[in-house]
Design a protein around this ligand. Structure first.
Ligand code: ADP
Length: 519
């Protein structure tokens, strides 16, 4: 009956000699008869545990149990229950190898998932390739017993591979193997074939391709091509000097990680390409600004002389000039002044582009300081064009806001001048304003020709002018560009709404002073 039991049963004396074993126990322990000593069957690791439990069963005279790995013809996990007997211990044995294997697979899978998750996290959140790969390697090194990683990147100019990131070798050695030709060593071969290569037992191999890594004491090595959108961007390889091969599961995991790394590296390449393009564009823009600024300064000096001498001629030698000559001189003066204004505008725009420090400072002002004087200065021009200016801002003249008075006056002058210039005969220009708890908005509305929806988004761009079939209106296309830049420098904004044929409304919004805020 004892022989027909599912469990193995063994009687031991106090030395651990097997006095009796049923059929199942003989099978589990892989012995032919009951003449063995149980300790001889244990691995070193399980021996201690088993002996301890054995002693305690005897001394405490109570049931004990444990799970141990026995060193039989193949490893066997046994669950052992021990019961004290008159002259020793009786053990009940059950084979739990399968259960242990399932537990180990579950544990391994869990570890692999944790590792893959952590790897993905590093890859997604990294800002630079080197720290990303180093951190990744540290994580993988523990799990896979790695000693080395190489990341070669494809260098388009030389059509070779360049070692950009690595660990496990010195900087001097890295210098020696910095460049690889396509087809050279394992990485060069992988880059050429775009196929993963896994080499095992390198210490026993004489193949010329693996001699480089063999020289680093590497025994197993897995090299992956890094491919993004079908294009080779480099290779990534991992090597171990402690193991002779990776399992298929481990190789699969390395492959998943390499694919993620390829995407991340492609992202880094793209970002650095964007940065480079932006730097080049900034440089070109600066060169253009510098050139414009230099030319404008050079033009301004002789032009000032022309304006000055024209003035002198007009003022001092009036009597000796015929009215024809005087008229022509006035034309010279007008044109020179227009040219001078244009040059001054260009200088202002280019100096803003080069981020030169502002000459005028934003401070607390009120509308009363600005609006009446600006209207007065433009009144003549409005009268010539038969335009009426209606100021609706008087009730707010004492209210304070933040602005640079010189620049704001220029901007309002520019908007008023446009509202007159692009208006119909007998048109009207309204100036009004609105206040809220944090800002002030000034509106300059005209009843003029208006701007179409297509054009309105471009009018703040330098030199942009709307083409009008029926009107020939002079201008440079720079006034609004400069106005926008200046208002933004004052932490404000400028906007426009317009309807073709009906008129436009330009608005300037500026922050209030602290004093106003606290009211
Ligand atoms: P300019 O008036 O010297 O051409 P701006 O930069 O001041 O340059 O204006 C750019 C363009 O925007 C003008 O050419 C004009 O077509 C359009 N524009 C500006 N203000 C108005 C307005 N009040 N009404 C209609 N069009 C305008």
């Amino acid at each position: 009956m004892i022989d027909r039991m599912v469990e193995g049963m063994v009687s031991l004396d106090i030395q651990g000699n097997i006095e009796y074993a049923n059929k199942q126990a003989l099978h589990l322990l892989n012995v032919s008869d009951a003449c063995n000593n149980i300790w001889e069957l244990c691995t070193q690791y399980s021996l201690q545990e088993l002996q301890l439990e054995f002693q305690q069963t005897i001394t405490q005279q109570c049931e004990r149990h444990c799970e141990v790995l026995l060193a039989l013809h193949q490893p066997v996990w046994l669950e052992i229950h021990m019961y004290p007997s008159i002259d020793g211990v009786t053990m009940m044995l059950r084979d739990i190898t399968e259960k242990k294997e399932i537990e180990k697979t579950i544990q391994d899978n869990h570890l692999k998932h944790v590792l893959l998750n952590e790897a993905a996290h590093h890859i997604i959140s990294a800002d630079e390739p080197k720290p990303m790969l180093d951190q990744l390697f540290t994580k993988l090194a523990d799990y896979l017993d790695l000693d080395i990683y190489f990341n070669y990147m494809y260098d388009k100019e030389s059509n070779r591979l360049k070692l950009l990131n690595f660990q496990g070798i010195s900087d001097d050695t890295a210098k020696e193997i910095e460049w690889l030709e396509f087809g050279e060593a394992v990485c060069g071969y992988v880059a050429e074939s775009k196929v993963r290569m896994v080499v095992e037992h390198i210490n026993k191999s004489d193949h010329p391709r693996v001699q480089l890594v063999k020289g680093f004491g590497i025994k197993t090595y897995a090299c992956h091509p890094l491919i993004s959108y079908g294009r080779l961007i480099g290779t990534l390889s991992f090597g171990s000097s402690k193991r002779s091969q990776f399992t298929q599961d481990e190789l699969n995991m390395i492959e998943i990680i390499c694919n993620q790394v390829a995407i991340a590296l492609e992202r880094f390449l793209f970002i650095s390409e964007l940065k480079r393009s932006k730097e080049e564009a900034d440089k070109a823009n600066k060169a253009k600004s510098d050139f414009l600024s230099m030319i404008s300064h050079e033009l301004r000096t002789p032009l000032n002389t022309i304006v000055g001498y024209t003035n002198i001629l007009l003022e001092c030698t009036n009597e000796r000039l015929s009215s024809y000559q005087e008229h022509k001189l006035q034309r010279i003066e007008e044109s020179s002044m227009r040219l001078l204004n244009l040059i001054n505008t260009i200088i202002n725009i280019t100096s803003l582009d080069s981020h030169e420090p502002l000459l005028y400072v934003t401070r607390s002002i009120n509308l009363g300081d600005i609006i009446p004087e600006t209207i007065l200065n433009i009144q003549n021009y409005a009268a010539i064009k038969n335009i009426r200016i209606i100021d609706q801002t008087q009730p707010f003249h004492n209210k304070c806001f933040l602005a640079d008075p010189y620049r704001l006056t220029q901007v309002i002058h520019n908007l008023l001048s446009n509202a007159i210039k692009y208006n119909h005969d007998e048109g009207i220009v309204y100036i009004s304003c609105e206040w809220n708890h944090s800002s002030m908005t000034l509106f300059i509305k005209d009843t003029g020709i208006g701007i179409s929806d297509d054009e309105v988004k471009n009018i703040f761009s330098p030199f942009y002018r709307v083409f009008h079939l029926h009107y020939n209106i002079e201008g440079s296309g720079l006034g609004l560009t400069l106005s926008k830049k200046w208002i933004e420098e004052m932490n404000g904004s400028i906007d426009v709404t317009s309807k073709l044929g009906e008129g436009s409304t330009f608005s300037i919004t500026l922050p209030l002073t602290n004093k106003e805020n606290s009211k």
